[in-house]
Design a protein around this ligand. Structure first.
Ligand SMILES: C[S@@+](CC[C@H](N)C(=O)[O-])C[C@H]1O[C@@H](n2cnc3c(N)ncnc32)[C@H](O)[C@@H]1O
Length: 211
């Protein structure tokens, strides 16, 4: 049962994995209606389309899949199979009800995703690299489970991108020949119907391939 409605300020203030687990458990039932619809959330659409435009193919892992909004767009585009991973069992439960995912993997991205190396040809993430505790360090684990040549499309909140050093991490990965074909696209997180002080917030979609 929901005790607090989804709220962007609370989402942006999450600090620990336990904060995320607890709050997203409370929000799972209301996320699509009270957050995504009310706030005209668009980031999952931008992320899925950017993945498709870059030639991304399945099998895909949707990282921080939440209630499955990004996976649903990918499935509509004919991309699959798609697996979902998230720290919140309740969010994954909602995602699986959309009937677009092959498998759900409950995991803290900072601790690792329990799948073998080279499992995926595509990695997408929408809204998970945001204010809070998922920083650029998580890219190491995502590169482990991606196949050589795998296409990545990761949305990263623009302020978080700057403060957490994503540009430096991506540069290092290019220099170390661990990723190739990097590019960044800046998009608005919310659409024209959004209101409130975060309505014009942007995210970078980091596109690259595992070398
Ligand atoms: C803002 S929601 C985005 C959900 C979905 N991708 C979307 O675009 O609607 C962020 C998601 O990241 C998940 N998350 C937060 N920290 C995580 C972590 N350390 N490992 C895995 N998932 C995490 C949350 O449980 C939540 O479902």
């Amino acid at each position: 049962m929901t005790t607090k409605p989804p709220d962007l300020h609370i989402a942006y203030s999450l600090k620990t994995p336990e904060d995320s687990r607890r709050l997203y458990a409370e929000w799972a039932d209301d996320y699509d209606r009270m957050f995504a619809l009310n706030e005209d959330y668009q980031l999952h659409i931008h992320t899925a389309r950017a993945f498709g435009r870059a030639g991304g193919q399945g099998p895909v892992l949707d990282v921080g899949a939440g209630t499955g909004l990004c996976g649903a767009v990918l499935a509509d585009m004919g991309v699959g199979p798609i697996d979902a991973t998230d720290i919140s069992a309740e969010m994954l439960n909602r995602a699986m009800r959309k009937d677009v995912y092959r498998d759900a993997i409950e995991a803290d991205l900072n601790e690792g995703v329990p799948v073998p190396r080279n499992s995926y040809s595509g990695i997408v993430s929408s809204g998970t690299f945001t204010h809070g505790h998922v920083g650029p360090e998580a890219l190491t684990e995502l590169l482990r489970i991606a196949r050589p040549g795998a296409q990545f499309a990761l949305s990263i909140n623009a302020k978080h991108f700057a403060t957490k050093g994503f540009a430096e991490k991506l540069d290092t990965l290019v220099q170390d020949a661990r990723i190739a074909q990097p590019s960044l696209v800046e998009v608005r997180i919310f659409g024209d119907l959004a209101t409130g002080e975060n309505k014009d917030d942007t995210a970078f979609i980091a596109l690259f391939e595992k070398a």
